[in-house]
Ligand binder design. Structure first.
Ligand SMILES: NC(=O)c1ccc[n+]([C@@H]2O[C@H](COP(=O)([O-])OP(=O)(O)OC[C@H]3O[C@@H](n4cnc5c(N)ncnc54)[C@H](O)[C@@H]3O)[C@@H](O)[C@H]2O)c1
Ligand SMILES: [Zn+2]
Length: 337
């Protein structure tokens, strides 16, 4: 078991043999909140009281939170006991939200089982559920005490879930030039899920994320950069019902196109970004109509009715830009580059 030092204030481990029990305190109570698919695949290794959620995004519903509270009450969880999330980003987001609100906050341990959850959602302490058809409308900032990443979970990921994680991987490549260069060299091995390369990917991405979050934990400044691709991405996710990571990849495509059309991004750099997305074989073509644009009105980066975007100006350089709905429609109404 390896411990990462990311200065987050909580312990982050990478392991290969499901040794989490060695990290748990025998005197505490634990409620396992586990994704349905993960339970079917790995349930025999996981003992203890369980609340089954999902699968996937279905977990991020208010009804799941009530189910988790009921589970907490049933086994008498107290403030220094723990909820343990075992699943992808959806399970972690929902279980983290329940942990942050039950008795005003009980212990939380996150065991991410997807690549996206390892490289992104398990780090940074954001929890969320969806509400009224709006992504992440309700949530809290709440750090776990442990993040335990077991690489073995990745062996059973279906191809579409792996592809979905690439949306966040591409995001990090646009945010960090050194990571972009590493990814360009290693992308084929990443897509083939080579175990050493994936472990290096997890370490590199979590380092980038922790560096940004450590400067702005409550998302009032630079943390917004991690939302590259997400203003359009979240709207595509809800409007077209595609998975988070695939929608983010398409969001990065459209937000790069906006930047290029506004004269902020050179054509050559736009092509570098598109080429990364193409190599991951992610579809980017979603009609940007007025219904989709109106969904963006709920984005948390908006102010005074204008939509907030994180736009790339170069690899390793992004800027927050406000655009109104009509202007956005005009910029994006022509398809193609
Ligand atoms: N909190 C944050 O900072 C943050 C950051 C990024 C994304 N997110 C959220 O994360 C969610 C997406 O997470 P995700 O991509 O991990 O998807 P997910 O949790 O929705 O899971 C996707 C699918 O993978 C299955 N699965 C999970 N682990 C598996 C395994 N080991 N083997 C086989 N199947 C497995 C699930 O059953 C589900 O069907 C979105 O809701 C997004 O908003 C949150
Ligand atoms: Zn995301």
């Amino acid at each position: 078991m390896k411990k990462l030092d990311l200065k987050t204030g909580y312990d982050i481990y990478i392991d290969h043999d499901y040794n989490i029990n060695t990290l748990l305190d025998k005197d505490k109570k634990y409620l396992y909140v586990i994704d349905e698919v993960v339970l079917n695949l790995y349930g025999s290794n996981i003992s203890g009281e369980k609340v089954i959620v999902g699968p996937g995004e279905k977990a991020k519903d208010i009804s799941t939170i009530l189910k988790i509270y009921d589970g907490c009450i049933e086994i008498g969880l107290e403030r220094d006991d723990y909820i343990v999330a075992i699943g992808g980003g959806s399970t972690g987001d929902a279980a983290g939200f329940a942990a942050s609100t039950f008795k005003r906050g009980i212990g939380f341990i996150n065991v991410p089982t997807t690549l996206l959850a390892m490289i992104d959602s398990s780090i940074g302490g954001k929890t969320a559920i969806d509400y009224n058809g709006i992504k992440n409308q309700i949530g809290t900032f709440y750090d776990p005490s442990i993040v335990y990443m077991d690489m073995k979970f990745l062996k059973t990921l279906p191809a579409d879930v792996i592809k979905s994680s690439m949306g966040e991987v591409i995001k990090y490549a646009v945010l960090s030039r050194s990571f972009y260069e590493w990814l360009n060299k290693n992308l084929d091995m990443v897509l083939a899920m080579d175990s050493d390369i994936i472990e290096e990917l997890v370490e590199r991405c979590t380092t980038i994320k922790a560096d940004i979050v450590n400067q702005d934990r409550i998302d009032r400044g630079v943390r917004a950069y991690l939302n590259l691709g997400h203003t359009i991405g979240h709207a595509i996710e809800m409007y077209y019902g595609v998975s988070h990571g695939l929608a983010v990849a398409a969001g990065i495509y459209y937000e790069s196109l906006i930047s290029y059309r506004m004269g902020m991004l050179q054509e050559g750099t736009l092509q570098f970004i598109i080429s990364l997305i193409d190599r991951c074989a992610v579809d980017t073509q979603y009609p940007i109509d007025k219904g989709l644009i109106s969904l963006m009105a709920h984005d948390k980066k908006n102010t005074n009715g204008r939509l907030g975007f994180i736009l790339p100006e170069d690899i390793g350089l992004v800027k927050k830009v406000m655009i109104d709905e009509k202007e956005l429609y005009d910029i994006l109404k022509d398809p193609g580059i």
